[in-house]
Design a protein around this ligand. Structure first.
Ligand code: MRU
Length: 356
């Protein structure tokens, strides 16, 4: 998508094994590209959330496996690297999906060939992710167009499921980019998404940079706006979708789905097939929810008066906190799933039919 008129991607690989990412912890204040040059770089980038968002975590993990094998192709190191990468972010299933596919692919292959194969796999994943997100955008656009009556259409989204969370286009934001590019009058309500504020720091930034109207709201405002007829639909992303259509996404998604349900507002979830977890027949209480540092709740990150990025403490040290990173929205609260293969009901039958 565009940043000040220039086409950018969240991760870019080039020949000579060059992999570049945007350090997303510095956004929206600074746009800095950094190179990933080793297995440890990739682990750190995922764990410290320089890259985040399910599809982007998956692509970065694949490049991580490439570096691991290039550095040391022994079976022991491959096993160690697989487990280390898997532990960096446990909820988003794209990571596991990419790693497992790599392990299957390199079985029986000579040590010399392994690294080349994984490099090619990772580059293909990068390209496929763009294609899949673009398809999600096309299918989602059909939904937006079907509800559009030449007046501003107001869409609420949670967290960041835009191009920054993928390689390009995004999942939840892909239909919005397609609608905007086609000339539809779209406006996005951007949930702040505490504690890490991906909405405030990333979604509002990427939409604005592309020229799309958006308004930042606190996480608690969505229900009020829905009651007052100011939201036409919600579109969110997914970190893991069980085979019955239960959706695990950023903490707070469930509450927005409940509000949408109560106000008869369609609630769509946009996802690529790598986010489907067919090993789970349902998602509630069955998905490992990442527990994140309490610092994310007890302090706020931003730019201070001297222009320096810093953390400001908002509670005294004796305050305890609990910080689950994700929650599960039951399928009954989801109107439709928008996937790269088409639109389907959030049900085992409908998902199976689309992804045979
Ligand atoms: O903790 P994050 O920033 O990695 O969480 C991201 C989300 O929850 C997104 O909504 C999800 O990954 C879908 S992204 C296309």
């Amino acid at each position: 998508m565009l940043i000040d008129g220039i086409l950018r991607k969240s991760i870019e690989s080039h020949c000579n094994y060059e992999v570049k990412i945007i350090n997303q912890t510095l956004l929206p204040h600074r746009l800095e590209f950094i190179s990933l040059e080793s297995f440890n770089d990739c682990c750190k980038a995922i764990k410290d959330m320089w890259v985040r968002g399910a599809p982007l975590i998956g692509v970065t993990a694949a490049f991580g496996m490439f570096f691991a094998i290039k550095e040391n192709p022994s079976d022991d190191n491959i096993e160690y690297s697989f487990n280390k990468l898997l532990a960096t972010r446990p909820t988003a299933v794209d990571l596991k999906w990419a790693l497992e596919n790599i392990i299957i692919m390199i079985e029986g292959v000579t040590k010399k060939e392994k690294a080349d194969l994984v490099w090619q796999f990772s580059r293909n994943l990068e390209i496929d992710s763009i294609k899949q997100c673009s398809k999600i955008g096309d299918y989602g656009l059909e939904i937006i167009e079907s509800k559009y009556n030449n007046k501003t259409i107001n869409i609420l989204t949670h967290c960041n499921a835009g191009w920054l969370a993928c390689v390009d286009w995004g999942t939840a934001l892909a239909p919005i980019y397609k609608a905007y590019n086609k000339g539809l009058d779209v406006h996005v309500w951007v949930d702040e998404t505490r504690p890490r504020s991906q909405g405030a720091a990333l979604t509002a930034w990427e939409l604005s940079k592309h020229g799309i109207k958006n308004t930042l709201i606190v996480d608690n405002a969505g229900g009020h706006l829905m009651q007052n007829g100011e939201v036409d639909m919600c579109i969110v992303g997914s970190d893991r979708t069980a085979s019955n259509g239960d959706v695990c996404n950023k903490i707070g998604t469930y509450m927005k789905a409940l509000c949408a349900f109560d106000n008869n507002i369609p609630f769509y979830v946009a996802l690529p097939e790598s986010t489907l977890d067919f090993s789970l027949d349902s998602g509630v209480n069955k998905i490992e929810i990442e527990e994140r540092s309490s610092d994310e709740i007890t302090s706020i990150r931003g730019i201070d008066q001297s222009g320096k990025l810093s953390n400001v403490k908002i509670t005294p040290d004796f305050v305890k906190s609990h910080n689950p990173g994700f929650d599960v929205t039951p399928a009954r609260l989801v109107t439709k799933l928008i996937t790269n293969k088409g639109i389907c009901n959030p049900s085992t039958k409908s998902i199976r039919k689309l992804f045979k």
